[in-house]
Design a protein around this ligand. Structure first.
Ligand SMILES: Cc1ncc(COP(=O)(O)O)c(C=O)c1O
Length: 390
């Protein structure tokens, strides 16, 4: 079905080529961003929300507004989180993750959290962390609780949306997340009014309108990005030239950018906001497709060398990845490539010290098979067939 000149991409954004040509400039400035904020405020029943240049940009602003020095994170996390902590000039401390699951180990958190610090509770890939217990531990230790909801937009715990438990939370509209902005955006929720005013002051000082040339560059990048993943033939050639011919498997590295780049600096534009808003209006469908696909993979993948992620029992999770675990994942990845299926590598190159055994086990073994809104039924069935054959 997928001959040699086609390949299923590792990721594909929700918006289409045509969405990039929206007419946002004919509406008053801020029209779309105001609509997004209204939508989010109603969805989360929260009044203090700000759009941010990215998830990491949101975390950076939160941390800059806090006096605490030590920031604790689960040891299996995105390097962008560590980058934001560094930029905010805080010290990063790690807590080991669970043996089964990708989130923080609660017993280790209880033992190691230093009173008067900050803890970032990540709902990794959309799998809910034990936030109620974490909140109790943070309250007891007088610690600030920030929820990392970069990958958990829509996931609920006891029927409440993730992002509504912590003192702060941040979300990402990156190209691999539930809602996609070209090429990144995000938002933060701030529970307390005083904290909100403080953060807004920092936001007003640091965030600038996106310069014209940068907007043009962003538009061109988004065109290329959308074009590449919209056709399996074009993607095959892209994969050959970008990955195979350079003998690389991912553009992820252990390098932490020492400079504040565009993901920390620029206001979300009207054009980006129009693209985000269109998806938010379709949120229920986007969520349900992901949940259906998650359950489909859970039921249909039957290969003893693949360890599947946890089963979702009541559709309260909205996952942005279907992270399978494989002992020799690079070899497995290459076999999938031969079958013309590409996969992504979440956090393969973590900067966490080597002693965090489980975090490194996940880094070594997690492979993300194609899992996105615009994955067709034909592609899904093909992936299952190939996975079960390997
Ligand atoms: C768990 C987690 N936190 C934070 C981020 C950073 O989000 P962004 O890429 O929008 O800066 C990501 C992004 O990949 C992530 O997966």
């Amino acid at each position: 079905m997928f001959n040699k000149i086609k390949m299923i991409p590792r990721s594909r954004v929700n918006y289409t080529f045509f969405d990039l040509f929206n007419l946002s400039f004919i509406k008053p400035k801020k029209y779309y961003s105001k609509k997004i904020l209204l939508f989010l405020k109603s969805l989360f029943s929260q009044k203090n929300i700000l759009l941010t240049p990215s998830g990491r940009g949101g975390l950076y602003l939160i941390l800059k507004s806090l006096p605490q020095k030590n920031v604790f994170v689960p040891a299996y996390t995105c390097n962008a989180v560590i980058e934001a902590i560094n930029h905010a000039k805080k010290s990063c401390c790690y807590i080991e993750v669970e043996e089964k699951g990708f989130n923080v180990n609660i017993d280790m958190l209880k033992k190691e959290l230093i009173p008067g610090s900050v803890f970032i509770a990540t709902h990794q890939f959309g799998f809910p962390t034990e936030i109620e217990k974490i909140k109790e531990i943070c309250d007891k230790n007088n610690c600030v609780l920030i929820e990392d909801c970069a990958g958990s937009f829509g996931t609920r715990i006891s029927n409440e949306l993730t992002g509504t438990f912590g003192d702060f939370s941040f979300f990402s509209f990156d190209s691999t997340k539930l809602i996609n902005a070209p090429l990144k955006a995000g938002f933060v929720i701030i529970r307390d009014d005083i904290n909100f005013r403080k953060l807004k002051g920092i936001y007003d000082k640091e965030i600038q309108p996106m310069p014209f040339l940068h907007r043009v560059r962003l538009f061109i990048k988004a065109l290329i990005y959308t074009l590449i993943s919209s056709s399996n033939i074009i993607y095959k050639f892209f994969h050959l030239f970008f990955f195979e011919s350079r003998n690389i498997i991912t553009s992820e590295t252990t390098r932490i950018n020492p400079q504040l780049n565009e993901f920390y600096k620029y206001d979300v534009t009207g054009w980006q906001s129009a693209i985000i808003l269109k998806q938010l209006k379709n949120l229920d469908d986007i969520i349900s497709k992901r949940q259906i696909l998650y359950n489909f993979y859970q039921q249909k993948i039957k290969n003893s060398i693949i360890k599947l992620p946890m089963e979702s029992l009541d559709n309260s999770w909205v996952c942005i990845r279907f992270p399978i675990m494989i002992e020799n994942k690079i070899e497995f990845y290459r076999k999938l490539v031969k079958s013309n299926i590409d996969s992504a590598f979440s956090f393969t190159y973590i900067v966490t010290p080597k002693d965090y055994r489980f975090a490194h086990k996940y880094a070594e073994q997690v492979l993300d098979i194609p899992f996105y809104y615009r994955l067709s039924c034909k592609e899904q069935n093909y992936i299952i067939n190939e996975l079960n054959k390997l």
